[in-house]
Every structure is written in C-alpha cells, then in structure tokens.
Design a binder for this molecule. Structure first.
Ligand SMILES: Cc1cc2nc3c(=O)[nH]c(=O)nc-3n(C[C@H](O)[C@H](O)[C@H](O)COP(=O)(O)OP(=O)(O)OC[C@H]3O[C@@H](n4cnc5c(N)ncnc54)[C@H](O)[C@@H]3O)c2cc1C
Length: 1017
C-alpha cells in the first residue's frame, strides 16, 4: 500500500502569492460557519494542455467564447463539469426563446431551427458541432478546482479533476464560466457579500401535474414535448412547468445549496414527471467586483461594457456567468441564450487578442500556504495524467488547505443501483449519512442508464420494498424510481449532494477517513467514519491506494464487457445498448463515446429526432478492487458457502465479452442460471480500513462479476452493506471488527438474505473423494458452443470442483487420462490438464490440432451474446496447448497462425495470441509480422478524437463491430509480436499508435504491453 511522508517544502513561495491563496481560502471558509480545513500534501500535478485561452464551464457562452477565440488565432481548451456542453440551457432546462428573440448566428439557428423551443439533444449536438468545427479541444465531466499562477502572480491556468484524476491546464487567459465563479474566488478578486436569508430559485419540470404550495409559484409554459417520437406507441404530450421557489439560505456552502436543491425538488417534482432541471437556476447578488458594473437593465450584448466581466485588479481573467458585475435585472436578460452566446463571442475575441499579446507564463505553480495550517493529511487521488500529459511535464503544488465541507458517520459515494440503497440503510440505522452523486438523479444504470428492467436476480428484501414503492413489475418508471430513492433518503434524514464528484480519499494509517469531493462550489473534503464506495468503479478505493483490476487481466489479457450509451425520449425507461468498449476511468474515452453518440443520434431530424441521450455511460464492466477475498467462477458452480455472506446473487453468466477464467476457457457456460453467495470480504479492499466497496467495483473475477451484477441483487447488497457501514462507523472505521452475524440476522429478518446464511460455514476445501468424483465427471464434458441451453450438467459442476482445487486434481486427472482410451475423454483430460499448466496430455492436443487443417467456425466479439464471444472447439484446443507451455506445442500453434487472414473471426485470433503469449518464442515473429503486413490488416486505431474524424463517418465507427473486431485483431497480434521480440519495431509502432487510441482499453493495454507488464509468469 502507498504511504505518505510529508516532504520538506521545495520552494519558498513569494509572499504575495501565498497571501492570495490564504485570502482565497479564507473566502471559501467564510462561506461555511464552523468549517475547518485539512492540509493536503505537496504534489506534482501532470499538465494535460498548454493553451492561450482556457474556458471553464461548458455554458453556451463558454462555447461561443471558445470558438471565437479559436477563430481569432488563439489555441483554446474548454471543459464542462456536466457530461455535455450547453450547460446553462440543458442543466436549467431553459430551452426556449421569448417573443422577440430571433436567432441570427449559425449556432443560434442550429439550436432553434425554425422553432422557439429546442430539445436538450439539439442544444448539446449543436454545441458539440460548433466546437468540433472550430477545432476546439474540449472535455466533459471535468470540474475546475484550482487556479494556477505564474511567478508574477498572474493567473496562468487551472487545475481540473475528472475520471482520470487531476490535471493542470496552463493558459495565458482564463475564462471562468463555472456556475459559482470558483476560479475567480481563488484570485484576489473582490466579491460582493453573500446575503443570508431568502433566495429565489427557479426549476423546470417536464410532465405530470402542476404542483402548488407555500413559497412556490408555478407557471405552465406554452410548450409541450411530444414523446416518444419514435414510430412505436402513441405520442404523449408532456407539459412544461417553471417553478419559482423561495428558500432560506444560511450561507453559500455546498451543503446549503444542496439542501436548498433537495427542498425545491420536494416541492416541485410530482407524479408523472419525466424530466427536470439538473441544478437550481438563480441570480446571485454576491457578484464579482468588476472593472465596471452594469447597473439597471441589460444594454444588450453588443452595447454592454465588457469590463464588467473583468474582475477589478485581476488581469487575464474573465467571469463569464451571472457572477459578472451587474444588477440582477441585467443578469436575467444577459443569461437569455442568444444574448449569452453573443456576449461569449465578444469575450472570446477579446481574450484571443489579449492572449496573443502575452508571453507564455513562466514557472506556473499551484501555490501552497506558507504556515500555520496544521498537520499534513495524505490525500490520495489519480495523478497519472491524460495520455497527452506525458509530454507536457508537471506542475508543483505546495501543501494546501482543503476546506472541510462536512462531517458524517457514513458517506456513500455514488447514489446508483447499490449506492442509494446503502445510503437508505445506513440512515435507517441512525447514522448521519451523506450520499454524493455526480448526476442529478439516483439509481444509476437502472434509472439514468435507462436499464429500467430486471434481467435475473433475487427480487426480495429491499428490492421488493423498492418495487412495491414504485409499483414496479418487470419494468419501472425510471424517474419515479429515482424519486422514490431520493425521498427515502431524505425521510431517514440523509443528505444528498447532486452534481458532486468523489475524486479523492483521505487516508491515515491505512484507514480511509474521508473523501475529496468536487462540487459546483469547489473542491473540498467530507470527513467520514465509514466510506461506502458505490461508484461502481472503485473510484475512492483506487484513490486511497487499493489494488484494483480492470481492462488488462492479471494474465495480461485484454477482455472487456461491451458497453453502450443510449438515446432517450421522454417516458423511455429501457434502451439497452451494447456496441463498444469503454473505460470509465478514462475521461477522453468517456467524452469521445458520449460526443460520438450525440452526433449519431442527433442526425435524425423532425419528429423522429430523440429528445436527448442518457446521462450515464452504460458500462457492464468497470474497475474492481482486489478484496480480502475475490469471488471466482468456480465458487458459483460449487455454490460455495461462507461464514460472512453479505449478498446473494442469481443470474446466468451474462457475458458480453470473451471469457478469460480458466474454467470458462475449458467450457463456456453462458446459458443456465446459477446462484452464488458473496462474502463480506469481497467488499473490503486488501489492506485498507474505513471503506466498503459495493456494486460493480467489488472484488470478483471479471467473469464472475457478469453473474453477480444484476440490479435486484446489487440493490440488496448495497442495503446490507449500508447496515454494515453504520456498524463500522460505531467502531471508528474498523471494517473487519463488525459482528457480521448481526448484519445477517437483521438482513434475514428484512428478507434480504436467506436465513441459512447465518449458520453457513466455508464449504471449501472439498473432500478428496469429491475431487476424485469430479475428475470422473468431466470425461463427459461436452464441447458444444451453443450457449442457449439452460441445463446445468453434472460435468459442468465437476469441472468447477477441479478448477477450484487444481493441485489436488492433477494426479487424478493424469491417472484418468492414462486409463481411458476413449478419444473425447482423453481430449477433455488433456485440455484440463494443460489449462492447469500440466503437459501430460500435450501429445493428444498436438495430434488433434494438427488434424484440423482449416479453421472451424469461430465467433466474433458481438452483442449477440448467445452466438458470439465464444471459443470454438479448435480455439479451445489451441488455448490449452499454449497454457501447457510445452515447447513442442509451438509448432502446431504457429501453423495455425499462418492460416489466419484479416477476415478470420476474432475468436481464432484470441486463441492464437492466448497460446503464443504463454509460449513466447522468437519463432513466432515471422508469421506474426507477415500477418500484420497483409493488406487491410493495419490502421484501425482511432487516434485523433477531434478533427480528422469529424465530417467523415468516423464518429459512428464507435458503434461499428467491424471496426472493433478489426482493431482488436490488430492490437493483439501487434502485442504478441512485441512480446515475442518484435520485427523492426513493427509491433512497437502499432502499440504506440494504440496507446493514443480514444478507446481507453486499447490505450491502456497497448501501454501495459509497451511497459513490459502483464505477461504470464
Ligand atoms: C447496458 C447494460 C444493461 C444491463 N442490463 C441489465 C438488465 O437488463 N437487468 C439487470 O438487472 N441488470 C442489468 N445490467 C446490470 C446492472 O444494471 C448493473 O450491474 C448495475 O446497475 C450496476 O450497479 P452499480 O451500483 O455498481 O453502478 P451504477 O448503477 O452505475 O451506480 C454508480 C453511480 O455512481 C455514480 N458515480 C460514479 N462515479 C462517481 C464519483 N466518482 N462520484 C460521484 N458519483 C459517482 C454514477 O453516476 C452512478 O449513479 C445492465 C448493465 C448495463 C451496463
């Protein structure tokens, strides 16, 4: 595990800079009475971009500013904290033109066409196209966290945080379009005071009935959205309501804004709602003090004094939001979409001119606080940078105070399928609980991901309660589900922070004691006695230093479940997509997929154009911890019981990828349903205390997770883990000290667990006689590839016993192999022995492989899960030969390599490379290099995410199985060539290209191979 020792300060900071940081910190702390701060250790932050102008915020004005700055010769980079750009319009649902407002620019017209109303997708797509056409690089899902300064004290860039960690962006000019002016607050800019008391917020709801109440004023807008606009089903007309709500604000902290937002949602979201604002719309009075102030009404974008956007006394910075210096009445009109975009253009132009006249900033740093800030805490986070960062160096960040935004017993990060139930359960046990969620809704894949339907799973316990609460059958209304979860949390006094991103962990003596969170108001810390990492991606555990597994397996194999990203019409509950690999830990990959698919879905015009896209990438496989225990595929078939079962699961191996566990390489078992118990130890990252990891991030072999991951079971798992977390909080974070039997008893009482688990013991190791019997049982193992059958055969079960006890099984297997003369039985024994690394049956395998002079029917990587992602008979023999590592196995495998053609299906490529990487011989270089030289074989990497693809069909290549399979073949052959010794750098060159592929899995696999990682020992 990583440990941290505070380093001596490397640089004596100039007094002026230190003062400015202290002032900015004071500003943040001032906003939260009673708040404290911790001190984050000194760090090196990788630089991801170095540009003339950086635009923060992703509003429509930010987009026009970025495009205009670019058109005027500046290099530009833009970030948005939401998963898209066009945030002011889409996150506020302010998608209309008032009478008299007329689109004039190309972008205005692209958004509104001939209508006065736009859909969210029309806005998002138009913004994407504007940025791509202007060649402005941009990323979504990025929060601006800190301002950078040069040695003269000028602002010189920003730090951002996202799925890939934290990175720096150097820039000569900064346009701060963040919703709360987070960057300007870190300079010496003055702000008008925050006024405690009543504040007015606006919020839009689409669908359902008008809501009435005290402090609440609603009006029905003169629009209805028709949906679904597809050809299926009748068209439903959804009304749109705008509510004005008055809420008492005690301060401007993230917690106060979050509370206000939940209060507003309580008042305005009624039955039948289908969509709503993501964030509160408000006009601040605590604006920046500008070089000038716009008093009274809005003079118009063309006439207004632009110096109101420049904070007084701070050069190179613009505040492009309602926090610019103006009266509320002016701000209200300025924020109208056409005016806002027009002012963005003016600021973009001026920023470009300013940047051109400036030299590149020197010695850019993130200044630390000089002294008196208390002991240094270890803040773990991702600091490896984006792929581009490698060439751009590092920025030094001195030890800095991080404000404490709150203190809780249990903090759940990720309010999705498993996280929301965890929060509800912890709160029901009386724990002071906070749920931090990046999106503005709860339920994760089952709501935001539009998988509003169960596949398999045990529908009992909390899942049953949830289903009854929303009247769900096999399917449910995703908005109603999210809302039910939200109200359950609030009913039990939990807090919810939406649009907030967990991006780090505080670790002391091997114990997680808090999380770092990026909020719309900035980056800070929430202290916790227990953290539940329900990100489905082990984000917090990873930041805390937990060992994780993903993408490239322990054996160095690349295999990932297919993912998708759906379109969304109002009223849609289930749009299940499956067409690409996506790496959730890679901001570039996620951005590329979402942008591509917005452009693809946005191509439909007229009544069939979708209303929007989903908010969440639907990835089936994500980063998982290596836990105290890792659930295996064998455990599933052996129905292994444990003394500490925390959840029970039921499904088939719902595989959307080729398997890689040895058991499934022997025989793929996708058809039938199985049941499995998961021990509490799977939720505990090895070597870390204070944290539980639930959902897709828990510890299981990747093939085992395909069966564990069903929503009914993850909901119950989260719920049980929530109770465990509440108990851990009482034990000061000691996750291993809880009375698991108490959890089991309570969960059995609430119907979450079967009663028998209370009395279960570990059913391993199995007896010698059971192993001997199993060896006899596998002789009948069939070699069929049709995975649609639902029968669990005795030979499958026998195989699992053997694979769970390899050492003990080998003598029995050898004996059985020698004794039988029946060909099929000998093949079975030879294959299993070889997969276990024993070469007793290799002659038999060689004979079989040699006898098959042509490829049999193979299988592609595809969404057709019962027909694809399976190995053929010959594939399995070849894989087994490779695993045997017998030198004589090389020749037959190489002969098969020579009959591979570019058109040969992927399963054969996978088989050959799986074998060759075990045999690792320079003799493979010739055949592999020859294959790579075949016409059409190379050149499938997608390396330029922005310019070259746009306008061509490139972006929809993201949805092409031909592209995916061709790229897969190219990269695994190049990797194997490289690992066998390479031919004139051919393998290296291809891998280097893929290390820059927009597909994060290809990129990390290529890099891992180049780094010499992941070869089997
Ligand atoms: C395409 C697809 C189809 C499926 N089909 C079915 C099906 O038909 N039936 C079925 O039962 N199951 C199905 N599944 C499986 C099931 O839906 C998922 O396994 C399950 O929902 C995952 O739950 P989770 O809690 O791990 O993650 P999620 O539900 O994704 O929840 C994670 C939550 O954490 C949030 N988050 C992530 N990182 C952070 C962070 N750093 N800070 C703050 N918030 C964060 C996310 O926004 C999200 O809300 C499908 C899955 C996919 C992807």
């Amino acid at each position: 595990m990583r440990t941290y020792k505070p380093r001596k300060r490397l640089v004596a900071w100039k007094l002026a800079y230190t003062l400015s940081v202290l002032l900015s910190t004071a500003e943040i702390l001032w906003a939260q009475p009673g708040a404290r701060s911790i001190v984050e250790q000194s760090k090196q932050i990788p630089v991801a971009y170095d540009v003339d102008v950086v635009v923060v915020g992703g509003s429509s004005a930010g987009v026009t500013a970025a495009c205009e700055a670019r058109r005027n010769g500046a290099s530009v980079f833009l970030i948005s904290d939401r998963p898209y750009v066009g945030v002011d319009m889409c996150a506020h649902q302010r998608l209309w033109l008032e009478p008299g407002e007329k689109p004039t620019s190309e972008l205005d017209k692209a958004i509104f066409g001939k209508d006065r109303w736009a859909t969210p997708l029309a806005v998002k797509k138009a913004m994407d196209e504007a940025l791509l056409t202007a060649s402005v690089p941009y990323l979504t899902g990025c929060y601006a966290t800190e301002a950078l300064f040069d040695e003269r004290g000028n602002i010189a860039g920003i730090v951002m945080v996202n799925r890939s960690g934290r990175q720096a962006v150097k820039a000569k000019v900064v346009i701060d379009g963040s919703r709360h002016a987070v960057l300007a607050r870190q300079t010496s800019a003055g702000f008008r005071g925050f006024k405690v008391g009543k504040r007015t917020f606006q919020f839009i709801v689409v669908g359902g009935e008008m809501q009435y109440g005290e402090n609440l004023l609603g009006r029905k807008l003169d629009v209805t959205y028709d949906s679904p606009t597809s050809r299926r089903g009748p068209v439903v007309k959804y009304p749109v309501y705008e509510y004005t709500v008055s809420i008492d604000m005690k301060d401007g902290s993230p917690a106060s804004f979050a509370t206000a937002e939940q209060e507003v949602r309580n008042l305005v979201i009624g039955r039948g709602a289908k969509d709503c604002s993501e964030v509160l719309y408000f006009l601040p009075e605590d604006t920046v003090v500008g070089e000038s102030r716009i008093e009274g009404s809005w003079p118009g974008a063309a006439q207004c004094d632009i110096s109101a956007y420049r904070p007084r006394g701070v050069s190179r910075l613009y505040v492009l939001s309602a926090y610019a210096d103006m009266d509320k009445i002016a701000a209200e009109n300025m924020l109208r979409p056409l005016e806002f975009m027009a002012i963005g253009r003016r600021i973009g132009r001026e920023a470009a001119t300013m940047a051109k006249a400036l030299p590149s900033p020197d010695r850019v740093e993130l200044h630390g606080a000089s002294s008196g800030s208390g002991p240094v805490s270890f803040v773990g986070e991702g600091l490896t940078g984006l792929r581009a960062s490698k060439q751009l160096g590092m920025i030094l960040a001195g030890p800095r105070p991080l404000p404490v935004f709150g203190q809780y017993d249990v903090v759940v990060v990720g309010g999705g399928t498993s996280g929301a139930p965890a929060g509800i359960s912890a709160a029901r046990r009386g724990s002071k609980t906070l749920v931090i969620e990046y999106l503005d809704e709860l339920g994760g894949v089952g709501t935001a991901g539009l998988i509003g339907s169960y596949w398999r799973g045990n529908r009992r316990g909390f899942t049953q309660e949830n289903d009854d609460g929303i009247g769900a059958g096999q399917r449910w209304d995703v908005v109603a589900k999210s809302e039910w979860l939200r109200r359950q949390l609030l009913k039990n006094s939990a807090d919810i922070w939406f649009c907030s991103f967990g991006c780090g962990a505080i670790v002391a003596d091997g114990r997680v004691t808090g999380v770092v969170v990026a909020t719309p108001q900035g980056r800070g810390v929430v202290l916790a006695k227990t953290v539940v990492d329900a990100t489905g991606n082990a984000d917090i555990a990873f930041c805390a230093g937990a060992e994780t597994q993903f993408s490239v397996s322990a054996l160095g194999v690349l295999s990932v479940q297919l993912a998708g990203f759906p379109h969304r019409n109002l009223g849609d509950n289930y749009n299940n997509t499956c067409y690409t690999m996506v790496d959730d830990t890679d901001v570039v990959d996620v951005w590329h997929l979402m942008t591509s698919m917005r452009l693809v879905h946005g191509k439909s015009q007229g009544p069939h154009a979708p209303y929007d896209v989903g908010q969440l990438v639907d990835s089936r496989e994500r980063r998982r911890i290596i836990g105290e225990y890792t659930l295996t595929t064998q455990d599933i078939l052996n129905q292994r019981t444990h003394p500490d079962t925390i959840s029970q699961h039921m499904s088939n191996f719902d595989a959307a990828a080729f398997p890689d566990s040895a058991m499934l390489l022997a025989y793929d078992m996708k058809g039938p349903d199985f049941r499995v118990d998961m021990p509490y130890r799977c939720l505990l990252p090895k070597g870390l205390d204070g944290i539980l990891v639930v959902g897709l991030g828990a510890s299981a072999e990747r093939d085992a997770m395909t069966l564990v991951r069903m929503q009914p079971d993850l909901q119950n798992q989260g719920y049980a883990a929530g109770m465990a977390a509440a108990m851990v909080a009482k034990l000061d974070g000691c996750t291993r000290k809880i009375d698991i039997k108490e959890v089991q008893r309570q969960m059995a009482k609430e119907g979450v667990l079967e009663r028998r688990v209370i009395h279960d013991r570990d059913s391993y190791p199995m007896s010698k006689s059971a192993i001997a019997e199993a060896v006899d049982g596998v002789k009948q193992l069939s070699r069929q590839h049709d995975q649609s059958g639902s029968v669990v055969s005795e030979s499958m079960k026998a195989l699992a016993v053997i694979m769970a006890h390899p050492k003990e099984s080998i003598p029995f297997l050898r004996d059985a192999y020698q004794r039988t003369s029946i060909r099929n039985e000998r093949i079975n024994y030879a294959r299993i022995l070889a997969l276990l690394g024993d070469n007793a049956g290799v002659p038999m395998l060689i004979a079989e492989v040699s006898a098959m002079t042509e490829w049999d029917e193979g299988y592609p990587y595809t969404s057709g899960r019962d027909v694809g992602n399976v190995f053929s008979d010959l594939d399995r023999l070849i894989i087994a030969l490779g695993y045997s590592r017998a030198p004589r196995a090389l020749d037959p495998v190489l002969r098969k390599t020579t009959i591979l053609e570019p058109s040969t299906v992927l399963s054969h490529y996978k088989a050959v490379t799986l074998a060759l990487r075990h045999l690792k011989s320079p003799q493979a270089i010739g055949p592999l290099a020859k294959l790579l030289a075949k016409p059409g074989f190379r050149g499938h990497a997608i390396t330029n995410p922005i310019t070259t693809e746009y306008g061509a069909d490139g972006l929809s290549r993201r949805r092409s199985f031909d592209q995916l399979n061709a790229a897969f073949k190219e990269i695994i052959i190049a990797a194997t060539l490289y690992q066998c010794g390479d031919d004139r750098n051919m393998g290296r060159t291809i891998l280097e290209q893929y290390s820059q592929d927009v597909n994060g899995h290809f990129a990390s696999y290529a890099q891992a191979v180049l780094d010499g990682k992941g070869l089997p020992n």
